[in-house]
Design a protein. Structure first.
Lengths: 116, 113
């Protein structure tokens, strides 16, 4: 069964450092997403990406965040200068259409980011 | 953000009995609802969905009911199995929310053998 893969599974970084989280979405999917879950809190939407551009982003996704699909297979989330409050589990997801059209987002296993 | 709320953080049921997980929403623009299941150290896995034009959708042991007037949906699992033990998230989307899903807090279901 096709799956979304994420690397690294866990990253520890110092505050102020840049972090890149990587994702390989399911190959024939067109929509890509990043969500995050801070420990004990809800899963929160960060950004959606379609046709090589951001289609929607949340209030959390400020200038410190960026996404890229550099080579047609990888989908990356960059945090330019990490803060303590960026510590969370980051989930990548992909789908063949929007939630309204297909209803199903396929999530990766997550990348746990710990900012010290 | 309280647009989607799951008021029960945990639920415990006996194997073979029915599990009922509840979810409430406040945003009347939501018109598509989904349930995801999450095991530890894994990402959420899609379970079942329902459009606002329906009030029930069934898939095997899983049935989702939608009460639009009450802005309430529920997930029924019958019969419950120990392998169903996981965190269940309710999520919603709508035309105004575009491609994003808004999640509830999750309910930890434990099915006891």
């Amino acid at each position: 069964e096709p799956e979304v893969t994420q690397t690294p599974s866990h990253q520890v970084t110092q505050m102020g450092q840049e972090v890149i989280l990587r994702c390989v979405p399911i190959s024939n999917h067109l929509y890509f997403y990043w969500y995050r879950q801070i420990l004990g809190q809800k899963v929160e939407f960060l950004v959606s990406f379609y046709n090589n551009e951001i289609s929607e982003k949340s209030e959390i996704f400020d200038d410190q965040f960026s996404v890229e699909r550099p080579d047609g297979s990888n989908f990356t989330l960059k945090i330019r200068s990490t803060k303590l409050e960026d510590s969370a589990m980051y989930f990548c997801a992909s789908s063949g259409g929007t939630p309204m059209n297909t209803g199903e987002l396929f999530f990766g296993e997550g990348s746990r980011l710990t900012v010290l | 953000d309280q647009q989607v709320k799951q008021n029960s953080p945990s639920l415990s049921v006996q194997e073979g009995r029915i599990s009922i997980l509840n979810c409430d929403y406040t945003n009347s623009m939501f018109d598509y609802f989904l349930w995801y299941k999450k095991y530890p150290a894994e990402g959420p896995t899609f379970l079942i969905s329902i459009s606002s034009i329906k009030d029930k959708n069934e898939d095997g042991r899983f049935t989702v009911f939608l009460n639009k007037s009450a802005k309430h949906l529920s997930l029924h699992i019958v019969p419950s199995q120990p392998g169903d033990s996981a965190v269940y998230f309710c999520a919603a989307s709508g035309w105004t929310s575009g491609s994003r899903l808004t999640f509830g807090e999750g309910t930890q279901l434990t099915v006891n053998p």
